[in-house]
Design a protein around this ligand. Structure first.
Ligand code: PRX
Length: 650
């Protein structure tokens, strides 16, 4: 089957689905013709303690930029995720936890999740955490990570989850930027049989002199019971010292729809990672709606999203979307290859997973392990497959479809971003014919367009830059502490439109094919990295004069990191130096930012005005020496010849 072939909606899938093609086009038409009516209906899926009367107040004009949804309504996200399910579903399973160790799993009911969340909320309150305070969550994938997020939401505190793979340095800069008063962590995490020293990392982060932090509380959940140092007055063991002393119920704060729910740091093309800020009403409406429609979620089904709660996918489709919908969400602590490469499929069999949502990079890695690893597990519970985080190549798509799904289940290739809060472009299973490698069409109420470099709209089949021309409720509201950066990054390139930073192609059927980032952001195994951030980390090495980082195509990771580095005169470019530089990147950011190649060079290609010509560096990293384009503005063309020689010899 070639990837241009269309996979028609199967009659069986359509018959089963909440949305068929006719209903879907009626919904799209309503969303376009009567957006306020459409979003009002959607928002009614939540419980509002004070109903909203205003739907949307938005301007994408850079001079008057504002984005507000349902802004006179009040609600609490935690109440919507837990309390409201109790009358009918207290004993239904909210969370299935699959530990790193395949012998351990837990089933947690809505009643239990409610009690645990309330207790954690009460502990935070007892230690003085208040509405509006920021709380950093640096946790492994354990149920307590979800309780921590929901506990913050319950008392009106703002959480900022930091991925457990980030280094103390990266953690400290996030704690500082958001002005956190508390950190919730675990003694250690477990991944692939190895312990991750989370609490020790928090201690290091809080001890770094170059970051000013105001953390008064480090709440530590006992995961492994490892012996760890505790700082008197600041550190508190959750189970050993706090949980049992507080009440199992905690009143929820009534929040305005536009009150902040969370801040999540993500990389941009320049500068430090930015704190993407999401608010309560619009975000929760949007993730609840998309979780149901995109995954065709039906009560009682087991939904498994393999992301980490440190990324937006974990926020929206492990915690908030599924729990708002009363779903059973699976939280997996481990990695796809431990104890062996059939782990994902074993977990699907063990917990009878119905809907499975993962990243192309994991699929590509597992594909290499052979079909037997998949086939030895019973996958008959599966009904729907999803993909997220990066473009999925048709080969991986077809493997997912034919081998994992036995050619029976729709794949939803979901395009979205930290900034968008939830899925914007995706098939609606049962309604949208599929094309391997295409995220297909915008969801109802989402209005993308493709523009050329000058911002002109392109019609029909075309390729250019992807923009969104109008707001949706899940859209980010600002960059925490830097509203101007929000305006400059997203609304200045193409005035009046939200610029995604992605390139896209639209085919003659109106299907979107995301081609990847068009800015200096790279996507390594579905993780977003700013090239500037990695360069700044490399520059921290004393022997480095200058570094330039670009992405290059990588079979498994999607993109790899290629770093060109210039050393001080007289310093030898040895293997030991390479290792030292990699260690600096691990220290400054974490292992996910580790360069795949370090290419030492006496000089970087620059224009006469001193600007590094990244386009050329990208081509050389891609091994595309014939297509360097215009090199006439180079100050010293011989630099390029030397780089090409160097690349060929690698
Ligand atoms: O380039 C797009 C890519 O991931 C970027 C967003 O990264 P992040 O904010 O970390 O969020 C990832 C999870 C939503 C986008 O700008 N991307 C995400 N999903 C897809 C994708 N590229 C192609 N196809 C997708 N389905």
């Amino acid at each position: 089957m070639s990837h241009e072939e269309i996979i028609k909606v199967s009659k069986a899938a359509a018959a089963n689905t909440l949305t068929d093609a006719t209903k879907a086009s009626a919904i799209r038409a309503q969303a376009k013709d009567d957006p306020d009516g459409f979003w009002t209906d959607v928002a009614k899926r939540l419980d509002w303690s004070k109903p909203f009367t205003r739907v949307k107040d938005v301007s994408f004009d850079a001079k008057d930029l504002h984005i507000k949804w349902f802004d006179d309504g009040e609600l609490n996200a935690c109440v919507n995720c837990l309390d409201r399910h109790l009358p009918e579903r207290a004993n239904d399973i909210a969370i299935i936890w699959e530990s790193d160790d395949p012998a351990t799993a837990k089933h947690i009911t809505y009643a239990e999740a409610f009690e645990e969340t309330c207790r954690m909320a009460n502990v935070l309150k007892a230690r003085g955490v208040k509405r509006g305070d920021r709380v950093v969550i640096y946790m492994p994938m354990i149920p307590e990570a979800a309780y921590a997020m929901l506990a913050c939401a319950r008392i009106g505190a703002v959480h900022s989850v930091v991925f457990g793979g980030f280094s103390p340095e990266a953690l400290a800069s996030r704690i500082e930027d958001c002005g956190a008063v508390a950190v919730i962590t675990a003694d250690e995490g477990m991944r692939g049989g190895k312990a991750v020293p989370l609490k020790a990392n928090v201690d290091k982060a809080l001890g770094l002199k170059q970051h000013k932090t105001d953390v008064r509380l480090v709440l530590t959940v006992e995961r492994t019971n490892a012996t760890i140092p505790m700082t008197a007055g600041r550190d508190l063991y959750y189970y050993g010292e706090a949980r049992n002393d507080v009440a199992p119920e905690c009143p929820a704060e009534a929040m305005n729809a536009e009150d902040t729910l969370f801040i999540l740091y993500t990389s941009g093309s320049t500068g430090k990672p930015k704190g993407v800020l999401h608010t309560t009403g619009g975000y929760l409406t949007y993730v609840s709606y998309t979780h149901e429609k995109v995954f065709d979620y039906r009560l009682g089904e087991i939904f498994w999203c393999t992301a980490d709660v440190g990324w937006v996918t974990g926020h929206s489709y492990i915690v908030y979307g599924p729990l708002a919908n009363g779903a059973t969400t699976l939280i997996f602590e481990g990695v796809p290859t431990y104890p062996d490469a059939s782990r994902f499929w074993q977990v699907i069999e063990k917990h009878q997973v119905n809907i499975f949502y993962t990243a192309p990079t994991a699929l590509r890695a597992l594909m290499r392990e052979g079909d037997d690893m998949v086939k030895k597990a019973d996958r008959s519970s599966l009904r729907l497959l999803g993909s997220v985080g990066e473009p999925i190549n048709p080969e991986a798509w077809l493997w997912y479809y034919n081998v994992v799904g036995d050619g029976k289940h729709p794949i939803v290739d979901t395009w979205w971003q930290t900034e968008t809060g939830g899925i914007l472009i995706s098939p609606l299973p049962g309604a949208t014919d599929l094309k391997p490698g295409s995220a297909t069409q915008p969801l109802p109420g989402v209005f993308p367009a493709i523009v050329d470099a000058n911002g002109n709209f392109l019609d029909g089949a075309c390729e250019g830059n992807l923009v969104i021309t109008d707001s949706w409720p899940g859209q980010m509201r600002t960059v925490y502490g830097d509203h101007q950066r929000f305006i400059d990054t997203y609304f200045k390139t193409y005035p009046g439109m939200y610029f995604t930073g992605d390139g896209a192609r639209r085919d003659a059927d109106g299907y979107y094919w995301i081609t990847g980032r068009v800015d200096d952001v790279i996507n390594v195994s579905g993780h977003r990295m700013g090239t500037a951030e990695v360069e700044a980390a490399i520059d921290e090495h004393d022997a480095v004069v200058e570094a330039a980082v670009v992405g290059f195509p990588h079979d498994v990771k999607g993109q790899g990191i290629y770093a060109y580095v210039t050393l001080l005169a007289g310093v030898e470019p040895t293997e030991a130096m390479e290792k030292e530089i990699i260690d600096v990147v691990r220290r400054e950011i974490g292992p996910i930012a580790k360069p795949d190649h370090i290419h030492f060079t006496p000089a970087l290609p620059k224009t006469r005005s001193g600007k590094i010509m990244r386009r050329i560096l990208r081509k050389i990293a891609e091994n595309e020496f014939g297509a360097l384009g215009d090199t006439s503005t180079l100050a010293d063309p011989s630099v390029v010849d030397a780089l090409i020689e160097g690349r060929k010899n690698r």
